[in-house]
Design a protein around this ligand. Structure first.
Ligand SMILES: Nc1ncnc2c1ncn2[C@@H]1O[C@H](COP(=O)(O)OP(=O)(O)OP(=O)(O)O)[C@@H](O)[C@H]1O
Ligand SMILES: C=C(C)CCOP(=O)(O)O
Length: 253
């Protein structure tokens, strides 16, 4: 059986993160072309960038719901759903049988972590050549009312649920950087020695630090993952070198 590839497109690479829901349609067109050419069995996840992070921050979604911020559930979800429609549209224009899936509809969190997340229909879809396109989202939370679940958290959950061993995250940097140079492999002990911080733009899910936390947990569960510059999506899909970082459980061999 063909292996399922999980690819996350960072919000920073499909939107202009300094603006307000500024979608980079040219970039989406380019990425869709790479996916169409390599035609993997694929689950796509994307981040929110400027379509969701500004709303999540404005309505303080990660503080939990109170009497003031309930409308933020709608506004945050609407913003990232707009981006999801654009991603699905670009893929479909490239001839890919893509369909949008919204975590708000099928997930429940507890204290910011996914407590339940239905994935069986996603496996069915990939078996029929459909590319499900999920995204970081606002999700109802049994302890906080609501929270933001990042695309990075979804990636790790999907990889475990679908048994995927090919997990890639395309972002706006060449990989995890130390003094401007890519660190080719990191495990938990190496990560502790690096300066890994948040994003330079509005980001409520921890930027690169949040990403590495999720991916180290995935590595602990036995699956390595790859972080690379978005210009290397085609190379990741083809299995050729992407020049980025591999997050792994093992140290440098
Ligand atoms: N050591 C580091 N190496 C690389 N990037 C780092 C590092 N520390 C912090 N960063 C920041 O992390 C950013 C990437 O994380 P970010 O969350 O913005 O990416 P994304 O996944 O593309 O976006 P989104 O969360 O919207 O999906 C980089 O642009 C950089 O500013
Ligand atoms: C802010 C929202 C709605 C989702 C965040 O997902 P991420 O961009 O993958 O961190």
């Amino acid at each position: 059986m063909t292996e399922t590839v999980i690819l996350k497109l960072g919000g920073s690479v499909i939107t202009d993160k300094s603006g307000e829901c500024a979608i980079d349609h040219a970039r989406l067109h380019d990425i869709a072309g790479h996916i169409a050419r390599s035609a993997p069995k694929l689950v796509l996840v994307h981040g929110a960038g400027s379509c969701g992070h500004p709303e999540a921050r404005r309505y303080r979604i990660n503080d939990g719901l109170d009497t003031e911020n309930v409308p933020g559930v709608y506004h945050t979800h609407a913003a990232v759903s707009r981006l999801n429609a654009a991603v699905v549209g670009a893929l479909r224009d490239a001839g890919i049988e893509a369909i949008g899936i919204h975590p708000l509809d099928l997930a429940l969190a507890e204290g910011g972590r996914l407590a339940s997340f239905e994935t069986r229909h996603i496996a069915e879809m990939t078996g029929h050549g459909i590319v499900p396109v999920l995204h970081g989202d606002v999700v109802m939370d049994r302890l906080k009312g609501a929270c933001i679940v990042s695309g990075d958290q979804l990636v790790t959950r999907l990889a475990v649920a679908l048994g995927s061993r090919r997990v890639g995250l395309a972002t706006d940097v060449a990989g995890v950087l130390q003094n401007g140079a890519v660190v080719p492999r990191i495990d938990r002990s190496i990560a502790e020695t690096l300066e890994i911080s948040g994003s330079g733009n509005t980001d409520v899910t921890g930027g690169m630090r949040g990403k590495i936390r999720e991916l180290l947990a995935l590595a602990d569960a036995g699956t390595d993952s790859h972080i690379f510059h978005v210009s290397k999506v085609g190379r990741f899909l083809d299995g050729t070198g992407h020049g980025g970082t591999i997050v792994t459980r093992r140290g440098i061999p």
